[in-house]
Design a protein around this ligand. Structure first.
Ligand code: NAP
Length: 277
């Protein structure tokens, strides 16, 4: 699996697996565990979860999926903003670690900005890093002004990633956030990279898809994988989707493909505020 380097020097896989909506229905449990295991077998060892997903249920699914193979996995979880006070984040992290049945996270993110001062959250994150419960920390849903502010605070220079909504239909970050992060080698983690199935019947990608013997969704994901400094974390429970997402890494888009895609899905021509789910 190709990787990007975090500012700390640690490597993060380019393509991983999301877990939103997992751990919500008992009837789906086996399929979700199997999908994550299949993804790991195929090299998609980055797993993105959050205390929010299924109110801890997704972390429990992940625990079962990675049981016996923690060392193979790059594990990411996120803290609710209302748990991100100094003491609150330490406790929330312990709860996540216990649900995930592990003693460390590779990356811990503030899920979105709330009302607790960032300086306090950063203090908590620094503590967690010092005691080895997390190896890196970062943010999510931070627009340029937010991450600039966070970066200027004590501990802010260690921000290792920003997880945001980014895909062909949501290109706003290319105006300023993506270049800002790239300049500092802070990877962008693109969430909802396949826009929750919105590309499945996309006629604008069909021609390129046929040429590459792929689906329109794969072309949309492939386009993201061709972007510099961007990690993608599609969520898939269907094993066919897991395999398709993995094989997207083998698609090599041509310059003509990229031009046609830019024509169909225009890059931003002005600052747009960050889109979120
Ligand atoms: P997504 O990955 O864009 O889309 C997931 C949906 O697409 C699922 O219904 C899945 O179906 C389907 N799918 C996946 N691969 C496919 C393929 N190759 N062909 C056709 N359909 C495919 O959306 P997401 O779950 O919103 O985002 C991904 C992850 O990002 C989340 O799971 C979560 O970990 C993270 N996230 C973070 C935030 C944040 O605020 N930080 C917000 C949203 C998401 P099946 O499940 O049936 O296979």
């Amino acid at each position: 699996m190709q990787t990007l380097q975090l500012p700390s020097g640690r490597e993060i896989p380019l393509l991983g697996q999301g877990t939103w909506r997992m751990g919500e229905k008992a009837s789906q449990k086996r399929a979700e565990i199997n999908a994550l295991r299949l993804g790991i077998d195929l090299g998609m060892t980055l797993i993105d979860t959050a205390e929010m997903y299924g109110e801890g249920g997704a972390e429990q699914i992940v625990a079962e999926a990675i049981s016996g193979r923690r060392q193979e996995v790059f594990l990411v979880s996120k803290v609710y903003p209302f748990n991100a006070s100094y003491q609150g984040i330490i406790k929330a992290c312990d709860r996540s670690l216990s649900r995930l049945k592990t003693d460390y996270l590779d990356l811990y993110l503030l899920h979105w900005r709330g009302s607790i001062p960032l300086s306090e959250t950063l203090k908590g994150l620094q503590h967690l890093k010092q005691v080895g419960k997390i190896l890196d920390y970062g943010v999510s849903n931070f627009d340029t002004d937010d991450i600039e502010e966070a970066e200027s605070l004590p501990g802010g220079k260690e921000i290792a990633a920003n997880q945001v909504l980014y895909n062909l239909m949501r290109r706003g970050i290319e105006w300023d956030l993506l270049p800002w992060c790239k300049q500092r080698s802070i990877p962008i983690m693109a969430y909802s990279p396949v826009e929750q199935r919105a590309f499945v019947n996309d006629s604008k990608l069909k021609g390129i898809a046929v040429k590459h013997n792929a689906t329109s969704t794969q072309i949309a994901l492939s386009w993201l994988l061709h972007q510099d400094n961007v990690i993608s974390i599609p969520k898939a429970t269907n094993p066919k989707h897991v395999k398709e997402n993995r094989s997207t890494l083998d698609i090599k888009l041509t310059e003509a493909d990229i031009l046609a895609i830019d024509h169909a899905f225009k890059p931003p021509s002005r600052k747009m505020s960050l889109a979120m789910r």
